[in-house]
Write a protein that binds this ligand. Structure first.
Ligand code: FAD
Ligand code: DLZ
Ligand code: SF4
Length: 512
């Protein structure tokens, strides 16, 4: 029996389930660069280039390892430009008796392959993607019957399961979570030059020229392109991060600085999500550095929590909640996404900088995504589906299983509180404390009312006021409502008036 083994662009792991089941002596690996995947949203050009370059190099490494690979490039004249049609074409070419594949990370593609299987002339078999620590069944077992799905408790399970940062049955360092130590404002100077950069080689150059031709109008700059695109490079990038940035990762995890786009962040999600790194490989490197005394516990723990905690948890929610999750809109927000999410043309310095960086790098770190662009969209009531589509388009690490719960759930509270116990909203004060954006902003972060007041200050109270019925009973928000209620009536009216002016300008497409 001969089989086709489908490997998708974010399944570039040599031990992915479908490949483990396959036989290199008889089976053919199918990989295809197709417009169907390159255009389901208008991905950032850097993401497309990364994906195709990494796919080509992964295919070459499989061939070097003795596999037969049927690889279709985007420009191939026989390319049918869709995953299901490519499978059909390869089926007729090879006369294979079966197709095997690993579960895709998106309901859209899961459905496409299920429909394909229903109509296909051969049997199609799907394997669960076990590159994650927590299977669907395990997540459901953890979640079933719980009133609230809190990441912290899930994370402790993952610590126990993996043994990471455990001393016997106890958490290393005596605490599960060192987050209170990880909220320092930005440092005066940054002694890290950013993630390791890679000069494009021949394969990458070919892909860059092709992407330049086919996707000239997508948001984002293709050049300079410095991502790693194969396992060797990615491992060097990981070692570089662990040695030079991880020691300070915890301290400055939430900080933002204009001239430091990456601060002490790893910029590894793009590689991890594509399969070029294994989550345990990263976490062991972080734990080893801590055990060797090179990294403090708050850094190692904070970093590992993001990967075995948040990353696994959001994936669990995405698959548990089902295909409609990305379209939820619990707060009934209907505003269109402002144009400045594409143009960066806004007087709000924090938003302008986050968008510019996103355009240039296909990257922004978590607090920029959550507390700047996400916060503004939530405060001003942008339709969460539009927000979701924006995040899926603009970041190199964006795949729906991880992007949608972060956006729709964590950032926009559009799932009604499944993922977060309260909305992530803040006034300008938080951004001022954690960044240097406000110092050179056209708005005054200290000003609470009147012309020139920071829009975050105005919209924050407007948000709380307009959603009072939903949130005032939330114990974690009681202080916010108490502060609002203590404000005198004139001041409240001035705040709400100012917020209405900002919202009216947004509606009219005027500069904010
Ligand atoms: P670091 O800060 O160095 O963190 C280390 C690793 O932890 C990351 O590489 C990532 O794999 C993991 N991680 C950290 N936070 C999260 C999280 N909340 N969820 C899942 N994994 C996490 N992450 C994506 O991988 N893809 C997305 O499309 C994506 N969209 C997001 C959208 C919004 C609105 C928000 C608020 C967050 C989103 N995140 C997404 C989570 C997080 O912002 C990124 O994982 C992180 O910024 C990637 O940069 P880094 O590799 O430098 O991370
Ligand atoms: C992101 C992406 C892009 C841009 N192109 C391709 C492609 O041409 N072929 C492919 O197999 N995969 C691609 N991908 C990754 C898929 O979109 C990804 O597998 C799904 O979104 C599921 O996570
Ligand atoms: Fe952003 Fe307000 Fe600070 Fe300006 S003043 S950078 S709008 S938080």
């Amino acid at each position: 029996m001969t089989r086709l083994v489908l490997v998708l662009g974010d399944q570039l792991s040599p031990d992915i389930a479908a490949l483990r089941d396959a036989d290199k002596a008889q089976d053919t690996v199918v990989m295809a660069e197709v417009m169907g995947e390159a255009t389901y949203v208008r991905h950032h050009p850097k993401k497309i280039a990364f994906c195709f370059a990494a796919m080509r190099k992964f295919a070459a490494s499989l061939e070097a390892d003795g596999w037969r690979v049927a690889y279709t490039t985007l420009d191939d004249e026989d390319n049918t430009q869709a995953i299901d049609r490519e499978l059909m074409r390869r089926l007729s070419e090879t006369g294979a008796d079966e197709i095997i594949y690993t579960e895709p990370g998106e309901w859209r593609l899961i459905r496409l392959l299920e429909d394909f299987a229903d109509a296909a002339p051969v049997k199609c078999r799907r394997f669960e993607d076990d590159r994650f620590l927590c299977s669907h069944a395990e997540f459901d077992r953890w979640a079933d019957g719980r009133k609230a799905l809190r990441m912290e408790y899930f994370y402790r399970e993952m610590r126990r399961k993996t043994g990471l940062l455990m001393d016997g049955g106890d958490p290393a360092g005596g605490k599960w979570n060192f987050d209170p130590e990880n909220r320092k404002p930005p440092p005066d100077g940054v002694d890290y030059g950013g993630p390791m950069q890679f000069q494009p080689d021949g394969t990458v150059e070919d892909v860059l020229s092709m992407v330049e031709i086919h996707f000239p109008n997508n948001f984002g700059k293709l050049y300079p392109f410095r991502f790693a695109t194969d396992r060797g490079q990615v491992r060097r990038a990981l070692a570089h991060f662990v040695q030079h940035a991880l020691p300070r990762f915890g301290d400055y995890q939430d900080a933002m600085l204009i001239g430091e786009r990456f601060l002490y962040h790893s910029v590894l999600s793009v590689y991890l999500n594509a399969g070029l790194l294994d989550p345990m490989e990263i976490c062991r490197a972080a734990e080893d550095a801590w055990r060797a005394g090179d990294v403090p516990i708050n850094a190692a723990e904070g970093f590992i929590r993001q990967i075995i905690g948040w990353r696994e948890y959001v994936r669990g929610i995405y698959f548990r909640e089902g295909p409609d999750y990305p379209r939820r809109n619990a707060l009934n927000h209907q505003r269109n996404l402002p144009d400045f999410y594409w143009s960066a043309e806004t007087d709000m310095h924090c938003v302008a900088k986050a968008v510019e960086q996103t355009r240039d790098e296909a990257y922004a770190h978590h607090i920029q995504r959550l507390m700047v662009t996400g916060n503004f969209a939530l405060l001003s009531g942008v339709n969460p589906t539009q927000v979701h589509e924006w995040y899926l388009e603009v970041y190199a690490d964006a795949y729906e299983w991880v992007e949608a719960p972060n956006t729709v759930g964590m950032s926009q509270y559009a799932d009604g509180g499944i993922l977060g116990s309260k909305p992530y909203v803040s006034s300008g004060a938080y951004i001022d404390r954690m960044s240097d954006y406000c110092k050179s902003c056209a708005y005054d972060v200290k000003q609470k009312t009147g012309d020139g007041a920071c829009p975050f200050n105005l919209l924050y109270w407007h948000f709380l006021d307009r959603h009072r019925a939903r949130f005032e009973g939330n114990g974690r928000m009681a202080n916010m409502y108490r502060t609002w209620d203590r404000m005198d009536a004139d001041r409240k009216a001035a705040v709400l008036d100012g917020a209405e002016t900002v919202l009216a300008k947004l509606s009219k497409g005027e500069r904010v």
